[in-house]
Design a protein around this ligand. Structure first.
Ligand code: ADP
Ligand code: MG
Length: 339
């Protein structure tokens, strides 16, 4: 008898979940990205106990038919690509087709969805990867996903979670960043019954920044608008005095994806280096558009990093873009007034 066997679907999903779903904030990120891809105008997130006990994401996007909803929760099932070539210049945030299957395999999961033009919706429930129910369901158009008791069946992973407070703050962080990268969508986050974030969804980055970080930040922001070697950057950068001890106020968006990237972080640090009155990280929201052939988006299961064909070009664009923005006349006026 062979000692090798192909793993069953539920086990495969649980293993994959280890990569895609690191913590509640990664669930929130995947689900919000799905809502964005679905063309939502408004996304409502509610969490309890750091998201570990409960998370719910409601959107007003296109919704799914029953047939699609049943497919959506299968592994490698996606409406977003057909072939790997589609990854080149892809417009959607998702493409791996594993988020829903992974999340549903490590939680008590429900998906309620209704197409904009149908009279009735569908509700699917899954427990630890096992399909439990699929029923017609009265619901508003759009999609709601509920996730309870994350990692209840993978105790090793659950043990690595931090306190509810830390997990909540990681969720606040990612919701804020996704709101900044989608200022035309209105986001609401409720943490343990208290409203924590509301963004206007009016398309303005500055208004989104002030909704997230307080109205006082507003007067310390400069627009950035830069173009060089086919890289285009817009967004806002702050006076060197508007600082935080972490990079929590720094949002890096590359081709509409919120990512973290060392080269870009270094370029920000270097641009501000001589200007900072003390140690810290200024507020920046950089929306960077890079030609598709210069960036590989499929390098990370959580899609939180990308790979550039040439880091130097990116570094230079960010560095000069920020210097340029800080050097604008408004900034010089501020320098004069404060000296
Ligand atoms: P991916 O986003 O990589 O395609 P997911 O597992 O996240 O994979 O989702 C699977 C599919 O389910 C998506 O391709 C999409 O067609 C559908 N879907 C998921 N979430 C939503 C949503 N909020 N609204 C509409 N369709 C959705
Ligand atoms: Mg997805």
């Amino acid at each position: 008898m062979a000692i090798i066997h192909v793993l069953d679907e539920t086990t495969i999903n649980k293993i994959a979940a280890g990569e895609v779903v690191e913590r509640p904030a990664s669930v929130i990120k995947e689900l919000i990205e799905n809502s964005i891809d679905a063309g939502s105008k408004s996304i409502d997130v509610e969490i309890a106990e750091g998201g570990i006990a409960y998370m719910r994401i409601t959107d007003d996007g296109v919704g799914m038919t029953e047939e699609d909803a049943r497919l959506a929760v299968l592994r490698h099932a996606t409406s977003k690509i057909q072939a790997v070539e589609d990854l080149f210049d892809i417009a959607s945030l998702g493409f791996r087709g594993e988020a829903l299957a992974s999340i549903a395999s490590v939680s008590h999961f429900s998906l309620t969805t209704r197409k904009q033009d149908s009279d009735l919706g569908t509700r699917i429930t899954i427990d630890g990867g096992s399909f439990t129910d699929c029923i017609p369901y009265g619901a508003a158009p759009g999609t709601t996903i509920e996730v309870r008791e994350l990692f209840y069946n993978t105790p090793a992973r659950r043990k690595f979670l931090k306190t509810d407070r830390t997990e909540s703050s990681k969720i606040q962080d990612i919701v804020g960043k996704l709101a900044l990268s989608n200022p035309h969508i209105s986001f609401k986050l409720t943490v343990d019954d208290k409203v924590s974030i509301i963004t206007p969804g009016n398309g303005t980055v500055t208004d989104t920044v002030t909704a997230l970080y307080g109205y006082k930040t507003r007067e310390d922001l400069f627009p950035i608008a830069y173009e060089s070697e086919s890289i285009v950057i817009d967004g806002v950068v702050s006076k060197p005095t508007l600082l935080k001890s972490t990079r929590g106020w720094q949002t890096i968006i590359v081709n509409n994806r919120v990512i973290s990237d060392r080269t870009i972080a270094k370029a920000i640090d270097n641009a501000y280096h001589a200007l900072l009155p003390k140690n810290g990280h200024p507020l920046v929201v950089l929306n960077i558009i890079v030609p598709a052939e210069m960036v590989d988006i499929n390098v990370h299961p959580r899609k939180s990093e990308v790979k550039f064909s040439d880091d130097k070009i990116i570094f230079k664009a960010v560095y000069h873009g920020i210097l340029n923005a800080l050097d604008n006349p408004l900034h010089q006026r501020y320098e004069r007034e404060s000296s």
